[in-house]
Ligand binder design. Structure first.
Ligand code: FDA
Ligand code: NAD
Length: 435
């Protein structure tokens, strides 16, 4: 029978959280042989955001080992040798297909069994597929999704073989906006399709979206709103040929990229652990309802102290910080010590073309725009505040300097009162710089 391996700590998932957990374990003095990172990917943990940005660029291209964690936050780059030196076992190309939390064991697709004393669930998200809701022809060749490095490699190959070809981007969220830019930079002909009245509706106001839609249009990206991809036709060789839209229009396509959202990977633990809001429920130390089991990153639904509610966050900054918090909590509890409860300020960002925005806090209440959001003018400095119950609770800024970004982060954390929306709009960044 298959060998059984035992570890004091296992991180299940070798993505952003898995990698940052490894670094924190090392900082806390983990002993050789105590920790294993198990990942179905073939490579050591890396900064996933690179996949939709520099990984796809024709110039200044990012490739491993260049973007292993923790370079994305200015930290040490953990190449495979780093894990060897620390005695941390990196168990790659290994998919766990069964988890039994009562017997503390994980089983891989090839039947290996891994036992643990403490488990950190860091399985992240997977993509929602068009075939999940029965879109016809969605299994044609050259219809791509982007989550892992293998997906990115397939896209890079398609960009090479379909030079000057037509790309249809399905979805107007993060993947839609970052990938349509990356495809344009590769000189492909790009059309975006999304159902909502404006892009990134989860975060952007109409005023914010107006800037990006105008800017993208000026860069040659065509935008079709208010409809969805209803079906695909293919060539005889199986490659995608056309995208049929629900409104009846038909678009020729050599490449289709789909970004219609993510789904947290919690299925392994269904019925074994408390869930909430689609994720695994944790406390402010990322402890789940099961003793010795923690959940971090995209899969964790945790108390967001600042807003007094449970939230799930699918962004890299939280993936890093939640992993560090969980490991600190594990080590502290072993020593009978305590760590402070997680007190997270939501931070999201994106980069595309020569644009770069940051958002901090909560996008609830009334929004006011400040600065110049005309895509034709330069230097594209504009932003938005969100005001709830007379307090500024969220702030967005395009093309901010590091100091300006720091200032809006502080606003979102401090939540200063604001009496008049007009005044706030007029003051813009001056308001933030005074906090
Ligand atoms: P992550 O997805 O990083 O890691 C999970 C790992 O677990 C993967 O390696 C997976 O293979 C593995 N795994 C899952 N199930 C397994 C199993 N059963 N057995 C073995 N291994 C298993 N955020 C942001 O703030 N700014 C940005 O610019 C971007 N950009 C961006 C681009 C792209 C293309 C994506 C897909 C995502 C982003 N994000 C982002 C989001 C950010 O990357 C994401 O929130 C974090 O990677 C989440 O970290 P986790 O460790 O939770 O999951
Ligand atoms: P998303 O939730 O950001 O956007 C999904 C979009 O899909 C919606 O805005 C909508 O426009 C569109 N949509 C939904 N159903 C559709 C349909 N049937 N047809 C056409 N469009 C449809 O998700 P995503 O862009 O796919 O990103 C996936 C994950 O990766 C998320 O967790 C996201 O946070 C993460 N990510 C983050 C960043 C970043 O933070 N900069 C970058 C890339 C990816």
């Amino acid at each position: 029978s298959m060998a059984e391996k035992h570890f004091k700590y296992i991180a299940l998932g070798g993505g952003v959280s898995g990698g940052y957990a490894a670094r924190e374990f090392a900082k806390q003095g983990v002993q050789p042989g105590e920790l294993a990172i198990i990942s179905k990917e073939a490579v050591a943990p890396y900064e996933r955001p690179a996949l939709s940005k520099a990984y796809l660029f024709p110039e200044g291209t990012a490739r491993l080992p260049g973007f292993h964690v923790c370079v994305g936050s200015g930290g040490e780059r953990l190449v495979p040798d780093w894990y060897k030196e620390k005695g941390i076992e990196l168990i790659l190309s290994t998919e766990i297909v069964k988890a039994d939390l009562s017997s503390k064991s994980l089983t891989s697709a090839s039947g290996e069994i891994f036992k643990y004393d403490n488990l950190v669930i860091a399985t992240g998200s997977t993509v929602i597929k068009l075939s999940d809701f029965g879109v016809q022809g969605a299994d044609a060749k050259n219809i791509f999704y982007l989550r892992e490095i293998d997906d990115a490699d397939k896209l890079v190959e398609a960009i090479k073989t379909k030079k000057n070809g037509k790309v249809v981007l399905v979805g107007g969220g993060y993947i839609g906006l970052e990938l349509s830019a990356a495809m344009r930079v590769n000189d492909l002909d790009v059309t975006m399709v999304y159902p909502e009245p404006w892009c990134m509706p989860r975060l952007f106001t109409a005023d914010i979206a107006k800037f990006y839609e105008g800017y993208y249009t000026n860069k040659g990206v065509k935008i079709i709103k208010g409809t969805v991809a209803a079906g695909f036709s293919s060539h005889d060789n199986g490659e995608v040929k056309e995208v049929q839209l629900k409104d009846g229009r038909v678009l020729a396509a050599d490449i289709v990229v789909v970004g219609v959202g993510g789904r947290p990977l919690t299925a392994l633990f269904k019925g074994q652990v408390a869930e909430e809001k689609g994720g695994i429920k944790t406390d402010g130390f990322f402890k789940t309802s099961v003793p010795d089991v923690y959940a971090v990153g995209d899969v964790a639904t945790f108390p967001l102290k600042l807003y007094g509610e449970l939230r799930r966050v699918e962004h890299v900054d939280h993936a890093r910080k939640s992993a560090e918090q969980a490991v600190k909590a594990i080590k502290a509890s072993e020593e009978g010590k305590a760590v402070e409860e997680y007190d997270y300020l939501p931070y999201f960002y994106s980069r595309a073309f020569d644009l770069s925005w940051q958002f901090y806090g909560d996008n609830v209440g009334d929004a006011v725009l400040f600065g110049d959001n005309d895509p034709a003018s330069s230097p594209h400095k504009f932003g938005s505040y969100w005001i709830k119950d007379g307090k500024v609770v969220g702030a967005f800024l395009e093309s901010g300097t590091p100091e300006e970004n720091k200032a809006i982060a502080k606003v979102a954390r401090v939540q200063p009162p604001a009496d008049s929306l007009e005044q706030l709009s007029k003051e813009g960044l001056t308001f933030a710089s005074k906090i």
